[in-house]
Design a protein around this ligand. Structure first.
Ligand code: ATP
Ligand code: MG
Ligand code: MG
Length: 551
């Protein structure tokens, strides 16, 4: 069991089951609208819905909420399935499309009309808005509100037959224009849109509104608990009104339960805004490794396990809050710390020549892949090496325990070396170091236990492979609270991508598969990017080594 087992939604489910409701068991659904790629907020909803079903021995449907043809596309239908599977969840044969219910939804609308609970309205969208009233003022009834059932049936039929243009008429539920909850002031339930749908083509020119389609899709699928985000709380009375009106009984019909949506510091979690970042070229696509989309996180090197752990750890609450993105990073760091193989990689190379190491000689150092296993590899050692530029300092302060003139340092998995000479170019830049090594200082040697303060990583000049390494920073800059400003485009971090074109990597990583994770010793966690070709390896930095998450 996960922590999903003990949240307020589970408590509600327990109460329902105790009351004898839902004898067939718990049935949830994840209902994405296929109008964009899934993001980290959706991951929370996926883990919650599939998790609740699993913890209660129930089932969870995948339902595409595709009732708004204008913004929807099959590209998204495909990416959403891929992302959910990758996260580790399966819906078996329970994939549905709300558009498959268009016929049934139409019949339900007709039933409402026959009951005198819906009417065709000729007011324009703007008039409807102004008639709706405000929080402090009741709404005004439409002059078309009291059409007869017969007239409504005929007009609705004509709407369906395409006899009216977009916006000329709508179908509204007939509830109460003075209701304190504005959602209950005769909400629109059908509108005319002469637009092709990605599944139903031109079969329909009227489309149901979300508030009408969603509860009924839930009821048609025999969902028991319809979990959604807090902004739908005001819509729950209509959810219940509609099911009441159509004769679905409490205890057998679905009920809506709201939870707080995930908000993350430094992160945009709205498909609309993410689309803007893609379409206006701020990022390379929906799967840009800086994007909080599931495909972006995957490419960045996040693991399914780390995202599921994150969703468990943040829990499920009834009040909105802002989660520190450092916690998300903590989850992937933790996972990769346990599971990623270690290798050595030098991002900004400085050449080192070991002057007393025999020319042409090569030996192989034994290096452990991961402290949690006994697996190891052999790393070639050669007279000419590269170390990290920042691991050498000419005028080093006392506390600098890496390499300095006359100083000693241990090469990880190798020997102790001493810096004898600093070679500079005409401009005075350090271009090469001449060092000597202590031949007895490697593991098993006579001076192996000699204490030197620093240990640095390195690669053999002859064997290292070149790679491009992409270093990322937050896409959105924020104040110290981490909240994304309303004008988020103005807060896009122009330095969120730094490309290191000629990093040098230990040869054990050649021919590695796209998606393979490594810890580059002392540098961070990295993953092989899909831009890798047989000629060139490309790595993304997932996260650095240092954890800034404090519980
Ligand atoms: P967006 O505002 O990004 O378009 P949405 O809610 O319109 O999000 P849907 O495709 O309708 O996107 O979402 C599918 C499900 O995921 C819904 O049940 C929704 O409540 C949930 N969801 C979306 N965003 C979040 C979030 N940030 N945190 C938790 N759940 C979310
Ligand atoms: Mg939605
Ligand atoms: Mg949306």
């Amino acid at each position: 069991n996960t922590s999903v087992g003990s949240n307020f939604i589970q408590n509600e489910i327990n109460d329902d089951l105790k009351n004898g409701y839902y004898p067939e068991g718990v049935h949830t659904r994840f209902p994405p609208e296929p109008n964009g790629y899934l993001h980290i907020g959706h991951a929370k909803s996926i883990c919650l819905n599939f998790g609740l079903a699993k913890n209660n021995g129930g089932i969870c449907n995948l339902r595409f909420d595709d009732t708004n043809p204008v913004k929807e596309d099959v590209e998204y239908v495909d990416s959403i399935q891929e992302d959910i599977k990758w996260l580790g969840f399966s819906w078996d044969d329970r994939m549905f499309f709300a558009s498959d219910y268009f016929g049934k939804l139409y019949d339900y609308a007709v039933e409402l009309i026959k009951k005198g609970l819906a009417y065709v309205d000729d007011l324009t969208a703007e008039e409807i808005r102004s008639y709706r009233g405000t929080l402090t003022e009741p709404g005004k009834e439409s002059p078309y509100r009291n059409r007869s059932v017969e007239e409504n049936l005929e007009l609705f039929q004509k709407m369906k037959a395409g006899e009216f243009g977009d916006g000329e008429k709508v179908l509204r539920a007939k509830i109460d224009m003075a209701a304190p909850n504005i959602v209950m002031r005769d909400p629109v339930i059908y509108r005319i849109a002469h637009v092709s749908h990605h599944r139903t083509g031109d079969e329909w020119c009227i489309y149901p509104m979300y508030d009408f389609a969603h509860p009924l899709s839930d009821a048609i699928e025999e969902i028991t608990h319809s979990v959604c985000t807090l902004e739908f709380e005001d819509h729950r009375p209509f959810y219940d009104w509609l099911l009441d009106a159509l004769g679905f009984k409490v205890g057998a019909r679905p009920r809506q339960i709201e939870f707080a949506r995930l908000n993350l510091t430094n992160t945009v979690t709205s498909k609309r805004k993410l689309r803007q970042l893609v379409e206006e070229g701020y990022v390379s696509g929906w799967d840009d490794p800086r994007m909080p989309t599931i495909s972006g996180l995957r490419r960045r090197g996040y693991t399914p396990n780390s995202l599921r752990t994150f969703c468990e750890e943040i829990g499920v609450a009834k009040a909105n809050s802002l989660v520190d993105v450092a916690m998300l990073e903590h989850c992937v760091r933790d996972d990769l710390n346990k599971n990623a193989d270690r290798i050595m990689a030098v991002l900004h190379p400085l050449k080192v020549v070991i002057t007393n190491y025999p020319e042409g000689q090569k030996e192989f150092m034994v290096a452990d892949n991961n402290p949690n296993t006994s697996a190891h590899r052999y790393v070639p050692f050669f007279r000419e090496l590269y170390i990290e530029q920042e691991d050498f300092m000419e005028d080093a302060p006392k506390k600098f325990f890496r390499l300095k003139p006359e100083g000693e340092v241990r090469l990880k998995h190798g020997y102790i070396i001493k810096c004898e000479e600093v070679i500079k170019d005409e401009a005075g830049n350090v271009v090469e170091l001449h060092c000597t090594y202590d031949p007895e200082s490697k593991t098993g040697g006579a001076t192996a236990n000699r204490k030197v303060k620093g240990t640095i990583h390195w690669v053999s000049a002859e064997d290292a492979i070149e790679a491009e390494v992409r270093l990322y920073d937050y896409l959105i800059e924020t104040d110290e609270n981490g909240e994304v400003p309303a004008d988020f485009l103005a807060a896009v971090n122009k330095k969120s991508l730094e490309v290191v074109e000629h990093a040098l990597i230990e040869p054990s990583a050649s021919f590695t598969a796209v998606g393979t994770h490594y810890q580059f010793l002392r540098t961070g966690y990295f993953v092989v990017d899909k831009d890798t070709t047989p000629e060139k390896l490309v790595f993304n930095r997932v996260v650095g080594l240092k954890d800034s998450w404090a519980k």
